[in-house]
Design a protein around this ligand. Structure first.
Ligand SMILES: NC(=O)c1ccc[n+]([C@@H]2O[C@H](COP(=O)([O-])OP(=O)(O)OC[C@H]3O[C@@H](n4cnc5c(N)ncnc54)[C@H](O)[C@@H]3O)[C@@H](O)[C@H]2O)c1
Length: 445
């Protein structure tokens, strides 16, 4: 059984993987190019925001070391996971320059290693990229894939905020393998890490590559569908997206997940994976209508929300607006492509005075939104003297707010609850309460 692993790329996904592997009894070497990250991990200080990971790291007993030394990592591990960034390119594809840089360093060190070594590409790539990686590894190492070393493409389907849960209890494990020995070696690692017994699907590189981006594109399509459903509910007296999504979700062909209706999707994966599907379809000479429509509906959502605010206030210029929640979802500090941040930018452009508060995303938001907004240190401070509040991220902290927090602090209390986290009857009595997916004239039967 494989006992020694290396994880190349210690970011939002690499750190939880490395820490969890070590927690599960593997001897783990983490590799990164940033010395601050390495030092922080070696001091057992978690360099990323991810629930549960700092505690797990602190309780580890010396099975995780971090370094920038590829030679040490390759010589002292049997399996290397590549978890480096694959940023989006102009045309929607993924750049593989970091993957190639890591692979070149791995291959250079494979030259001097006699034992079989398995390389696992975890970073998200487009179809065809793993086969190119195989060529690169063979060329530089002078060794044969499937004989001297193995290669798997094994993407993760985790969601930030619940990465440990996603890694230990996945719905499926996907392995695109160069050869059966490599696939089996990796399956053994996963069987040891998973607390459930997920199906382990073993296939070739391109099916795994296609499945990864198509799965995310399907989920984003469902979110855009749910957002259209929510808008329809708002326009029909008595319409309530909670009721409609509950009904649709009971059908086993559909299911309840990602069907809530709310703000558009964001974050580091969904928008770009969806655009990558459009890019792949186009490069295959196919119409890319579906992925593009998903993306369009998603982007329109932000303008729609701004339209709701404008209609309610009668104007935007000069109005004071509070935004509660900036991260693209709760339980993360990531604001990349977050709807809340995009809406804040539009409001600023329209001449609004915007105050913002988020339990975890303030530092990241600062670098995107700059000095143009007021950064509050609490929800109540954020609401102070504003005339409209956008509840944009459903953090637990916001669910405990009572109607008084709004009536006491706001000039003219009006609220758009994008995730319907507040009690409608309680809030409607005390302030002007709007919610995505609820028609303004509510009749329960
Ligand atoms: N974050 C997610 O939710 C998620 C989910 C599924 C898949 N992915 C995929 O995983 C990959 C990594 O994503 P992430 O969010 O962890 O990225 P990240 O930007 O948070 O971290 C990547 C890390 O790789 C390091 N790095 C870059 N080049 C390197 C090199 N040559 N050698 C060693 N380290 C290097 C960086 O310093 C950084 O610490 C991406 O392809 C992403 O699409 C991410």
């Amino acid at each position: 059984m494989t006992r020694r692993l290396s994880v190349i790329g210690l970011g939002k996904l690499g750190v939880p993987m490395a820490v969890l592997f070590a927690h599960k009894g593997f001897s783990v070497i983490g590799v990164d190019v940033h010395s601050a990250l390495i030092e922080s991990l070696n001091r057992k200080q978690c360099p990323i925001y991810e629930p549960g990971v700092p505690e797990l790291l602190e309780s580890l007993r010396g099975t995780l070391t971090a370094t920038d030394d590829y030679k040490y990592a390759i010589q002292n591990s049997e399996v290397s996971f590549i978890v480096v960034p694959t940023p989006s390119e102009e045309n929607g594809g993924f750049a593989t320059k970091y993957v190639e840089a890591a692979a070149e360093r791995i291959a250079g060190n494979l030259k001097h290693k006699d034992d079989f070594h398995l390389i696992v590409l975890t970073s998200t790539v487009l179809p065809g990229a793993t086969a190119s990686l195989k060529d690169l590894l063979e060329r530089i190492s002078g060794k044969e894939c499937g004989v001297d070393f193995g290669l798997c493409y094994s993407p993760e389907f985790i969601a930030l905020g619940s990465v440990l849960q996603g890694l230990t209890n996945p719905d499926l494990v996907l392995i695109g393998e160069s050869d059966p020995k490599s696939g089996e070696m990796l399956s053994q690692v996963y069987r040891h890490v998973c607390q459930n017994t997920p199906p382990i699907v073993r296939t070739n590189f391109c099916n795994a590559e296609l499945a990864k981006i198509l799965l995310n594109a399907y989920v984003t399509m469902k979110i855009s569908f749910a957002n259209i459903m929510a808008e329809m509910c708002e326009k029909i007296p008595g319409g309530d997206v909670n009721a409609v999504s509950h009904i649709l979700g009971l059908d086993s062909r559909i299911g309840r997940k990602y069907l809530s209706g709310g703000l558009g999707f964001g974050g580091p994966c969904f928008p770009r994976d969806n655009r990558a599907v459009a890019c792949s379809a186009q490069s295959l000479g196919m119409a890319d209508r579906l992925a593009r429509a998903t993306d369009e509906v998603n982007r329109d959502q932000n303008a729609r929300i701004v339209g709701v605010i404008k209609e309610k206030l009668g104007r935007l210029k000069g109005s004071a607006i509070a935004i509660l929640g900036l991260t693209y979802k709760a339980q993360t500090d990531v604001v990349e492509e977050s709807a809340a941040v995009e809406i804040a930018k539009i409001l600023l452009g329209e001449g609004c005075r915007v105050s913002v508060y988020d339990p975890a995303g303030m530092d990241n938001a600062r670098s995107t939104l700059g000095d143009g907004v007021k950064y509050a240190s609490s929800a109540e401070e954020c609401l102070r003297d504003t005339e409209f509040c956008l509840l944009a991220t459903p953090w637990e902290e916001f669910k405990t707010l009572r109607a008084e927090a709004f009536t006491k602090n706001m000039k003219r209390p009006a609220l758009l609850d994008c995730w319907r986290i507040f009690d409608r009857s309680e809030f409607s009595e005390r302030l002007e309460y709007l919610a995505i997916g609820l028609s303004s004239s509510h009749n329960s039967r």
